[in-house]
Design a protein around this ligand. Structure first.
Ligand code: SF4
Length: 413
C-alpha cells in the first residue's frame, strides 16, 4: 500500500492518493476518481523497442534515432505528456543540440491564454490560496467535475478553509459549455453573446451602467453586482477548452475581468489545465529558454515563435524529422498519424504510434518513474515510482543526448 501518491490524471495534481499494488499491477486506488482510474489503469504499458518495425536493442535504437535526427535540416522536438520534469529538461537539451524547434503538446489550446497573459499580465493564485481565501467563485463556461473531478472538493468548494467559513458560487454557461449547478446565481449566454457579456460585466464594475440591454444580456449586470459582494473572487475557466464554437476572445475577457476586480476586491484567475505534467513542460521551457512554448534553436540560441500554431504547422512548415518525447496518445494530428514526417518516439506507449521509424517504450512519470511534476498552478510535486519498467524516459533521452553530442564532436570541423 503506497500513500500520498501524486496523480497526473489532470492538472489538479492530487497528492493524497492511496494505491495498492498487487502482482505487479495497480489493484486499488483511492479516493475514487474516474479520471485517475483511467490514467493509472492497472499500470501496465508496453516495453518494446523498434526500429523500422523490427525489435532491436535500446543502444541500436538510440543510434538510429540520433542518425535520423542529426541528419535532418529542420528537426522538431515535441514534449508530450507523462514525462518527469527532468526528462522534459533533457528533451529541451536534445532540441538545443539538434538546433531544432521545440514545443509542448498543449500549446495549440493553452497558447491563447499564455500569449494574452504575457501581453497584459495575469492575476493568479495557488490552488491553496483559492481554497483558503476565495469566498466567491465565478465558474465561466466550465463544470470542473467533468474533466477535473476533485477540483471542487479539494480547492474551490473545499469544506475546510483557513480564511473563509462559507462560499458563494456564480455559474455561467456559454452554449454547450455548462457551468456547475447548484449556484447562487446562474446565467446562460449564447457563444456569440459571450464577449458582450464580459464587456458589460466590466463596464458595470467600472460604475458605468449600460443603457437598455437585450433581455439575454441583462444577467451580466447581476453577475457584476454579485461579484462585488465578494472579498476574494476566484474566476475559474478551462484553459484547455478552445475549439469549435468557443470565442478565442474569452480568455482575454476573463483576464481583464480578473484584473478589474483587483480594485474593489481581490481576485485571481484559476486556469484549469489537463494532466500529464503539461504545466511542467512550460515551466522547464521557460527556465531553460526564457519562453514557455514554440521555441526555435535553429539560429543557435532560443528564439520565440509565439504567433505560430504548434502542432498545426508540422505538416506544412518544412519539418523533416520529429522527436516526440512523451506519451503519444494525445498527438492525434494528421501529419503524425500518417507518418509523413520521419519520427522518433521515446516515451510511454511509443510503439503504439503507427509509422514511427524508431519507437522506444518507457515508463510513465508518476507510475514507473519518480521525479517532479507540476500542478496546474505551477506548484511542483513529487512523483512516485509505483511499478517497475525496464526503461525510464529521462535515462533514454539522456542516452540519446550523449550519442548526439558524441556524433557532433566526431564531425570534421
Ligand atoms: S482530480 Fe485529477 S489529479 Fe485529482 S485524482 Fe482525479 S484525475 Fe487525479
Amino acid at each position: 500500500m503506497l500513500q500520498s501518491v501524486t496523480c497526473l490524471g489532470c492538472g489538479c495534481g492530487c497528492d493524497d492518493l492511496t494505491v495498492r499494488v498487487r502482482d505487479g499491477r495497480i489493484a486499488e486506488l483511492s479516493p475514487p476518481c474516474p479520471v485517475a482510474r483511467q490514467w493509472f489503469g492497472d499500470g501496465s504499458v508496453p516495453r518494446e523497442i523498434r526500429t523500422d518495425g523490427q525489435s532491436t536493442t535500446v543502444e541500436q535504437a538510440v543510434e538510429a534515432a540520433a542518425a535520423l535526427l542529426s541528419g535532418a535540416e529542420h528537426p522538431v522536438v515535441i514534449i508530450a505528456p507523462d514525462l518527469t520534469t527532468r526528462a522534459q529538461c533533457i528533451a529541451i537539451a536534445v532540441a538545443d543540440a539538434l538546433r531544432a524547434e521545440v514545443d509542448g503538446t498543449t500549446s495549440d489550446s493553452a497558447a491563447a491564454g499564455m500569449l494574452v497573459a504575457q501581453r497584459r499580465g495575469r492575476a493568479a493564485a495557488s490552488l491553496g490560496e483559492i481554497k483558503n481565501r476565495a469566498d466567491m467563485v465565478l465558474f465561466w463556461a466550465v463544470d470542473p467535475r467533468e474533466r477535473y473531478p476533485r477540483y471542487l472538493e479539494r480547492y474551490a468548494a473545499a469544506e475546510s478553509a483557513t480564511h473563509v467559513r462559507s462560499r458563494r458560487f456564480v455559474s455561467v454557461s456559454v452554449g454547450d459549455d455548462r457551468g456547475p449547478e447548484p449556484a447562487e446565481l446562474a446565467a446562460q449566454f449564447a457563444p456569440g453573446e459571450e464577449v458582450d457579456a464580459l464587456a458589460i460585466i466590466q463596464a458595470t464594475l467600472r460604475g458605468r451602467r449600460p443603457g437598455e440591454l437585450p433581455p439575454r444580456l441583462q444577467p451580466a449586470v447581476a453577475i457584476a453586482e454579485r461579484l462585488l459582494q465578494g472579498k476574494y473572487i476566484a474566476v475559474v475557466h478551462d484553459a484547455e477548452a478552445l475549439g469549435a464554437g468557443r470565442d478565442p476572445q474569452r480568455v482575454e475577457g476573463l483576464l481583464a475581468l480578473t484584473q478589474l476586480l483587483n480594485g474593489p476586491t481581490r481576485a485571481a484567475l484559476s486556469s484549469l489545465r489537463a494532466g500529464g505534467n503539461r504545466s511542467g513542460a512550460e515551466a522547464a521551457l521557460t527556465w531553460q529558454t526564457g519562453y514557455p512554448m514554440r521555441v526555435s534553436f535553429r539560429e543557435g540560441h532560443p528564439h520565440y515563435h509565439a504567433g505560430r500554431a504548434g502542432l498545426e504547422r508540422l505538416g506544412s512548415d518544412g519539418a523533416d524529422a520529429l522527436l516526440v518525447a512523451g506519451s503519444v496518445a494525445p498527438l492525434d494530428h494528421p501529419a503524425l498519424a500518417l507518418g509523413r514526417i520521419p519520427a522518433v518516439v521515446i516515451g510511454p506507449r511509443a510503439s503504439a504510434m503507427a509509422g514511427a521509424r524508431v519507437a522506444i517504450d518507457t515508463g510513465v512519470a508518476g507510475i514507473h518513474e519518480a521525479g517532479t511534476g507540476y500542478r496546474m498552478d505551477e506548484v511542483p510535486l513529487p512523483l512516485t515510482s509505483l511499478l517497475e519498467h525496464p526503461r525510464g524516459a529521462a535515462a533514454t533521452l539522456g542516452l540519446l543526448l550523449s550519442v548526439l553530442r558524441r556524433r557532433a564532436e566526431a564531425k570534421p570541423g
